[in-house]
Design a protein around this ligand. Sequence first.
Ligand SMILES: C[S@@+](CC[C@H](N)C(=O)[O-])C[C@H]1O[C@@H](n2cnc3c(N)ncnc32)[C@H](O)[C@@H]1O
Length: 349
Amino acid sequence: MFVPSFVEQQPDGGWTETAADTPGWLEAVYRNAPLTTDLAETATGGRVSVSSSTKPGLMVRMLDAMDVRDEHRVLEIGTGTGYNAALLCHRLGDDRVFSLDIGAELVDAARQRLSTLGYAPTLMASDGARGMPEHAPFDRIIATCSVPAIPGDWIHQVRDGGLILTDLKPTVHAGNLVLLQRTGDRLQGRFLAQWAGFMAMRTADTAPASDGLRYINDDDGARSTTQLEPFPWAMLIPWFLTQSHYREAVQFGLRDITDNGPEWTHIETESGSWAQVRVHADGDDREVVQGGPTRLWDALEDTHRRWIELGSPDWSRLGLTVTGNGDHVVWLDTPDSGTSWSLESHARV
Ligand SMILES: C[S@@+](CC[C@H](N)C(=O)[O-])C[C@H]1O[C@@H](n2cnc3c(N)ncnc32)[C@H](O)[C@@H]1O
């Protein structure tokens, strides 16, 4: 019902569609895997995924973590196919379910599918960063796209004691699901133990703007070596915590792509800090070159060292407080343990 067709990217970069009349469609739709369901054209003529049906096991894990009760009113950010909204309608009744997506056609399609099942939740095509003030307060807000910071509008739209569950990925997509409870004008809670990644929130009903990387390299950067793997996904928690050292967003990319893959990973900031690390190690060591006002790679090495000293804590030992003025503080074990990382001012929506 909710995934009448999906698309898959092929090694040559093209996309193939599997529709309801294609052999294998039904098995694929019931697999415990995410499925891309919508593409949008980029400025350079490529096509990128802008909506997907979430992995069913992850949907259930999130609904479980949210601790939904009979009388709850729930706002979902990211209607997508309407699948998760249908689960919420089944559990709570459609008059308690509110869902929005920035994709107007996605919302129309979801409305039709839900109506076929006899559900008419409140659906809207709008930017989820603003929430749905006309129907607030909600007992729960669940976002199925990632945010760089908790949007200020959400805090006031969840009732006191209510919960927000979202994927927090400040920059470089290193972050995780966090479950926050509102008390007064602050939010506080813990990261979920198991990592999950959602597509990033868009600012318009189009393909997201390209990453804008300029691949700065002024050729006289400082040279050193590292024994760390240079990818965010190789050590998500240190990359996540390092964002407390940066005063602006850090972008990640790959450069000098050859038949053997990329030669370098690259990170840079708007104000001109940059670092490059060789993908292939020479023995245990990889070459590092960095320049600009902030030594981006050194900050990562420092944070990684500190994380090892703390016993390599996993997500279940990390929590987050969002204060009334929007500061995001990540803490180890308890809010007053004395070990914390303050996400810098770029973490605002
Ligand atoms: C992983 S999909 C959602 C899956 C969906 N919950 C389901 O059950 O199929 C993420 C969705 O977030 C939406 N999205 C991205 N940016 C948004 C924004 N600013 N406001 C609302 N929705 C947004 C995308 O259009 C996409 O449909």
